[in-house]
Design a protein around this ligand. Structure first.
Ligand SMILES: [Fe+2]
Length: 313
């Protein structure tokens, strides 16, 4: 059966990228190999550790009742609040016992095909640096706080852990069809900005982009501005997204099992053949087939969003 992933692909070593595949050109720093892994994790000083501790404290004050239960449990299982930037070796040991994942340091954003390959091998690449006090609230490039605090707790959930591995395998199939943008949308609206309805009317965030910052934690689950729509994979993969502002629309899953089933069991060959190279729907759109949880006012977005002075309400 054709699925999300390329079942015949061997991921034991980094596969060669076919010549007709388009990926973003990134310049590899000289000190890393083809796997883009840092030889070792940065040794953080006391100010770096203090930044981690302050970020951790701020987020943990906002998350109860807003973050997915699996996320909150993950932070405890991995003891992310033990003080200072977590040591990846120790973190990986604990994560390995739970779901067989590990965390590996990378210098910066890495090429898609290398990222997918690590995920397919249950390795999560995490930034080998931490933000400064000047960029405390928002950074464009994912640092160790976004990557480890935002992403890693969810990897303690067995079903979510499997979803992430399948996503990595799926990347190779999407590349062959040159449909990375569409698959990127799925990542964006699930792994980075996903919401889950844990009980009727109880919507929580599980996306790392939401959970690693102070504003979107509240906005995504409580504000009247954004649309909240039940996730439909075909629809999401046709939907545009913004990378530098709060989302006008979030997609909600009923469970991680449902997310896994919708993506892994879907015939993506058919889907990729039907998709155009661009997106069909604007990120503000609500369409006829949507199962709408909350139709948003879009007030924040319509007032101009980030930089306009609009309140995230
Ligand atoms: Fe991320």
């Amino acid at each position: 059966m054709a699925t999300l992933a390329e079942s015949e692909q061997d991921f034991s070593r980094l596969p060669d990228l076919p010549a007709d595949v388009f990926t973003a050109p990134l310049k590899k720093p000289e000190h890393v190999g083809d796997d883009w892994l840092e030889p070792k994790q940065t040794v953080y000083d006391s100010e770096d550790d203090a930044i981690w501790n302050d970020l951790f404290k701020r987020q943990m004050e906002m998350l109860p009742g807003r973050a997915a239960t699996a996320f909150m449990e993950g932070t405890e299982k991995l003891d992310l609040g033990r003080g200072g930037v977590p040591e990846f070796g120790k973190l990986s040991e604990e994560l390995d016992k739970l779901t067989g994942w590990s965390v590996v340091p990378v210098p910066m954003l890495i090429p898609d095909h290398v990222f997918f390959w690590h995920l397919a091998n249950r390795r999560f690449p995490a930034g080998n640096f931490i933000r400064t006090r000047e960029t405390f609230d928002y950074i464009q490039e994912p640092d160790v706080f976004h990557d480890v605090f935002g992403h890693v707790p969810m990897l303690t959930d067995p079903v979510y852990a499997d979803y992430m591995q399948e996503y990595g395998k799926a990347g190779w199939k999407a590349m062959r069809y040159n449909r990375l943008k569409a698959l990127g949308s799925l990542y964006w609206y699930t792994v980075e900005f996903g919401l889950i309805e844990e009980k009727p009317g109880d919507i929580r965030a599980y996306g790392a982009g939401i959970l690693s910052g102070p504003t979107e934690v509240v906005y995504s689950v409580e504000a009247e501005s954004p649309n909240r729509i039940m996730l439909n994979v075909d629809r999401v993969m046709r939907t545009d997204y913004v990378i530098s502002d709060l989302q006008p629309t979030y997609f909600v899953i009923p469970s991680f099992e449902d997310l896994y089933r919708q993506t892994v069991e879907r015939d993506f060959d058919k889907l990729y053949k039907s998709l155009g190279p661009g997106f069909t729907y604007a990120n503000t759109a609500v369409i006829d087939v949507d199962y709408v949880v909350n139709r948003g006012t879009l007030e924040y977005t319509l007032r101009g969003g980030r930089g306009s002075g609009a309140k995230p309400v």
